[in-house]
Design a protein around this ligand. Structure first.
Ligand SMILES: *[C@@H]1O[C@H](CO)[C@@H](O)[C@H](O)[C@H]1NC(C)=O
Ligand SMILES: *[C@@H]1O[C@H](CO)[C@@H](O)[C@H](O)[C@H]1NC(C)=O
Length: 440
């Protein structure tokens, strides 16, 4: 019947053939796209608010302003800031090392902090100090314990003092007097370089003679490694920023010598003018490590603290009181998740196969069944050609074929391998069956 119809109206066959080719191409294209998505899934970010049972406070890095003792710099023939490389010509090379200069000219923690504590105890905080080129000695308070409550009384309480204020005011009264307060993740070190900080630190300035209340809010960001070129790592020793900083330092050293503000470099301090000025020039010029940054991995978990000064009131001069606290235990959680998996893949493929080719699991099963039946029938007919029992069994299978196959009728040739196989099987069954039905 079908064959007759195709013979009578050949353009029907052509249209069906073209439609089949078009649909098959569409299916192949989509299969390719879905496979690509499965290999490299798109990532979506989910944001939610979460009330944490316990909170980690951020680390606070405090750098005094002005950072250097002017009288010490003057004693060694330097200008107001170590930036001015020409002044280093007068430095008594050989008598004094850079390390000695920095320890003498900067302010140690004892001269900056009068009192500090977290949740009412100094033991909840670890203090560490290091030298920075322009910021002098900076002191970092790292929390050692979480807090379960929110509010001013359980946060950081820091009393800072500005020693030597009398001389400083008389010498340069225009300069700022106070402290830079940087709020950053405890697992990341503080860096002087804005570019290197990767946007992870919040900066505030506290003037001399102020009581400042700083409110914190926190965002946690969880990255996924799925479908990413640059993989993230969970526990980075010293943090992502430290790794990039060290890399930058290694890239910028020129004469094989370092300085106290480049800790962790296995190099002696520079001991003459040429080397030091080269080092300073390259330190100021390269404020970012050049990629690839020593293969430093990103950290999968990033915590960003936002610090907002809510009140500033006067405080007895040469001192300042700083409170840093959470107002609530609310955390903004941002999580990256892959937005494509096997179930989406199956759904999409099933949709396009069903819609474009009319294929389903049941259809595939009956096509296979039919194929098997036809093959067995053929084999049987070859064995004993004149046996009437085989003919009746063939008639039985014809009935089934026409039921299942009536909805789809396809021409003999098609471009895709998969559809060709099933379609050819179907046509073969028609061809094989037609003579038998005419016999009957
Ligand atoms: C929130 O709680 C989880 C586990 O309870 C902890 O890992 C995480 O550090 C907390 N977030 C903050 C910002 O402290
Ligand atoms: C430093 O550099 C200048 C020229 O750039 C050179 O004349 C001088 O000899 C150098 N000094 C030392 C100690 O290498």
């Amino acid at each position: 019947m079908e064959a007759n119809c195709l013979l009578v109206r050949p353009w029907v066959a052509v249209i069906r053939f073209l439609a089949l080719i078009g649909c098959s191409i569409a299916v192949v294209v989509q299969l390719n796209e879905c496979t690509q998505k499965l290999i490299k899934p798109p990532v979506t970010t989910h944001t939610r608010f979460h009330v944490n049972n316990s909170l980690w406070y951020p680390a606070l890095t405090i750098c005094r302003e002005p950072p250097f003792r002017t009288e010490v710099l003057q004693k060694y023939g330097l200008g107001a800031s170590p930036r001015y490389t020409s002044e280093w010509r007068n430095f008594p090379w050989g008598d004094v090392t850079l390390e000695q200069l920095y320890s003498e000219a900067t302010y140690p923690a004892e001269e900056v902090f009068l009192l500090y504590g977290l949740n009412g105890a100094t033991s909840n905080v670890e203090l560490s100090s290091s030298y920075f080129f322009e910021s002098g000695a900076c002191h970092t308070l790292i929390p050692k314990a979480t807090t379960q409550e929110a509010g001013l009384s359980v946060g950081y309480s820091i009393l800072v003092t500005h020693s030597g204020i009398v001389q400083t005011t008389t010498q340069d009264s225009t300069g700022l007097l106070g402290w830079h307060v940087y709020v950053h993740e405890a697992s990341e070190t503080w860096t002087e370089s804005k570019m290197q900080s990767l946007g992870r630190q919040e900066a505030l300035f506290v003037e001399v003679g102020e009581e400042v209340h700083i409110k914190l809010s926190v965002q946690e960001f969880h990255q996924t490694n799925v479908g990413k070129a640059r993989l993230c790592v969970n526990e980075i020793d010293g943090g992502e920023v430290r790794c990039a900083e060290r890399c930058r330092w290694e890239q910028m050293t020129v004469d094989g010598c370092g300085a106290p503000w480049l800790p962790g470099l296995d190099l002696p301090d520079c001991q003459e003018y040429n080397h030091t000025s080269n080092l300073i020039i390259s330190y100021l010029r390269y404020d970012e490590c050049h990629s690839p940054c020593c293969g430093c991995a990103a950290s999968c978990r990033m915590v960003r603290y936002e610090a907002l000064p809510i009140t500033r009131t006067p405080f007895p001069a040469t001192m300042s009181q700083i409170y840093v606290f959470f107002n609530s235990r609310l955390v903004t959680l941002m999580e990256e998740r892959p937005a494509y998996d096997w179930s989406s893949f199956l759904a999409e493929m099933g949709g396009s196969l069903g819609f474009l080719l009319g294929l389903s699991v049941l259809g595939l099963i009956s096509i296979t069944e039919k194929g098997v039946e036809v093959v067995t029938a053929r084999l049987a007919s070859k064995k004993n050609k004149d046996d009437p029992v085989t003919i009746t069994s063939r008639i039985g299978s014809t009935g089934m074929t026409s039921l299942v196959g009536s909805s789809i009728s396809r021409p003999r040739k098609s471009s895709t391998r998969r559809s060709r196989r099933s379609v050819q099987g179907w046509f073969r069954s028609e061809q094989a069956l037609q003579p038998s039905s005419s016999v009957v």
